[in-house]
Design a protein around this ligand. Sequence first.
Ligand code: G1P
Length: 291
Amino acid sequence: MAVRKAVIPAAGLGTRVLPATKAVPKELLPLADTPTIQYIVEEAAASGIEQITFVTSRTKRALEDHFDAAPELRAALEAKGADARLAAIDRAETLASYSFVRQRRPLGLGHAVLCAQANVGDETFGVLLGDDLVDNDADPCLKQLIRVHERYGGCVLAVMRVPHNDVSRYGVVSLGEQVEPGVHRVTDLVEKPAVDEAPSDLIVIGRYVLTPNIFAALEQTPPGAGGEIQLTDALRALIHAGTRVFACEFRGRRYDTGDPVGLLTTSIAFALKRPDLAPGVIAYLKTLRLD
Ligand code: G1P
């Protein structure tokens, strides 16, 4: 069956970007004029996803508004003949169908995914984490993972190599046999290991294709790293119970928008891709004396 559902966990407090995130969900912080979450939803839709479940929390109501109809705004833009802006707001509304569930307590990423169980049901689904943007318009990252799932079944994780000293910020995989160039079986994985205990330099980024047996595994998963229920630990349990999990070295550039420097540099990178914004940004950058 085609992968047509995705879960976007968006319940985190965004403490790395305070004070901006005190009253504004971090997912709505913009890259120039477009919230980061919209790029994530664009990737999902371009990967064939039709139904998205956002897992939110008490301070995230504005996310629902961003993806809702906005009749007053629409009328005002129509009256002005502001067609491009009208198209931009219509786009967010129509990329997929959306539902929102609450994670009532901050119990971790694994728990957030489990909160979406009723919406996902018994289907293989995608998960996209909002801090990770992958730039590849021609072949979106989630679509690459879905193709691997279509060929081999099982769960699929997007992985990339990072400098060894950075591994302890991520889930880290141990690779088994290569099934095709850039795609390996995962034999084990560990969440945020100490640098000298990490099994490799290959880390999991925020894109997954998960089979629905992940929910039963999550129900059994005790709190792990940071005292949180970790998706990594549930995947590890699935591997040990015989589910096939694959690591896909995706093609595309990954940006981390979860901290101020990442947000700023990603904003510049994405503005430089926009014909309407690039000239002004380049003109400014040229005035900087950076040495
Ligand atoms: C989460 C996952 C981790 C993964 C990372 C990717 O961590 O738990 O395995 O490597 O996303 O961004 P978090 O960033 O929520 O601490």
